[in-house]
Design a protein. Structure first.
Length: 376
């Protein structure tokens, strides 16, 4: 038995386990594979970015900025967090027309933002294409090592008293009325039933939709995809120093500490039934590479060093996460649909979700992420 049973050993599961354990709560985290084996791990780094985010996420990002600064000290482990600054590049006059409004909105939300002209953009990034006519600049944006951060938080949770069991897939649940009283999991090759004292927190991102459908009878407006991440073999230093996004291109670029250039931004792999995992698609790899080279011509001749499409992610129909309890499971808090939106806000959102679990009251900052938003 555990008072709080957390399902999923990604950044959210580990961070909430840490918060609950610090509060003295009996906490059990179950991970189907290993910590950071899903979307919270893998190649390169993840952006800690406010620039261009959904308005509903900016209050969380404002809070997360401060948490990221000393997170490594509080967990006693490496995060790789670096404030590089983010440039949201603009090549079209139509996109430039709306940029002042975005800058205004982000500044009103406490996100320091500046509209740069072409010359100012190239002062920060000299190797930019001449087609770039401006950029929105957020100096507090940056990156973190997602694999290292997630594992370090997991270790901090253990040290605080949380029990973490890996290779323990959750297979079902048992309810009395609308209260979950136990969770079924496979542990050490044996079926186990674990009593739930207070609450289940369901955070296994790629697993949530099917689990909720099969056990609660609720369809969530989500779909699964396999995002593509690649590294180009660049010289040290790489040709950019900032985190790079784009107003109309499907593109994100990060300079990695090892000198390579990480290129992503929305290109996808496909599911391979034979191997049971996502696999790269040649056209998607080449398309992403060409988009990067169009913005940074110096990337045109670089070889693709690695490509991964093996970590499934979930996207909600309106693009932001679902964080809520669901009908028929009053003591189960669900967080899902993080793809492209979850990493940067994780320390803030996890802290608030833990507060919700402890108090029973939804924090105001999480109100916009409720399941009820999909209903008239």
């Amino acid at each position: 038995m555990a008072d709080y049973v957390i399902v999923g050993g990604g950044i959210y599961g580990c961070a909430i386990a840490w918060e609950l354990a610090k509060a003295g709560e009996e906490t059990l985290l179950l991970e189907a594979k290993s910590i950071a084996s899903g979307a919270s791990g893998g190649l390169g780094e993840r952006g800690v970015r406010a620039n261009g985010r959904d308005l509903r996420e900016l209050p969380l990002m404002r809070l997360a900025y401060d948490i990221w600064l000393d997170l490594h000290e509080r967990i006693g482990g490496f995060t790789g967090y670096r404030r590089l600054g983010h440039l949201h590049l603009i090549e079209r006059e139509a996109d430039l027309a709306g940029a002042p409004a975005q800058v205004w909105m982000q500044n009103r939300q406490g996100i320091e933002s500046h509209l740069l002209e072409a010359e100012q953009s190239r002062e920060l990034e000299p190797q930019l294409s001449e087609n770039v006519i401006g950029a929105i600049y957020c100096p507090k944006d940056g990156v973190a090592d997602h694999s290292a951060t997630t594992r370090a938080i997991a270790e901090a949770a253990r040290e605080a008293g949380a029990q973490i069991i890996e290779n323990a897939p959750v297979t079902g649940l048992r309810r009395q009325g609308d209260v979950i009283i136990s969770i079924r999991a496979t542990i050490d090759g044996k079926d186990r039933e674990i009593e739930v004292g207070k609450q289940v927190i369901l955070l296994s991102n790629a697993h949530v939709a099917g689990f909720v459908r099969d056990n609660i009878g609720i369809e969530l407006p989500l779909w699964r995809m396999w995002p593509q991440v690649m590294a180009l073999a660049a010289d040290i230093p790489p040709p950019m120093t900032h985190l790079i996004g784009h107003a109309h291109r499907t593109l994100a670029i990060k300079p990695l500490p090892d000198g390579r250039v990480m290129v992503s931004g929305g290109w996808r792999g496909r599911w391979d039934e034979a191997s049971g995992q996502g696999e790269p698609v040649a056209e998607q790899v080449e398309g992403n590479r060409l988009q990067a080279a169009a913005v940074y011509p110096a990337l045109a001749e670089l070889e693709v060093d690695e490509v991964f499409t093996d970590r499934a992610e979930m996207i909600s129909v309106d693009g932001i996460p679902i964080i809520d309890t669901l009908p028929g499971a009053a003591n189960m808090l669900v967080g899902v649909g993080w793809s492209g939106h979850g990493w940067a806000i994780a320390p803030a959102a996890a802290k608030l979700m833990a507060r919700w679990a402890l108090s029973g009251e939804r924090p105001e900052m999480l109100a916009s992420f409720g399941y009820g938003r999909f209903f008239a």
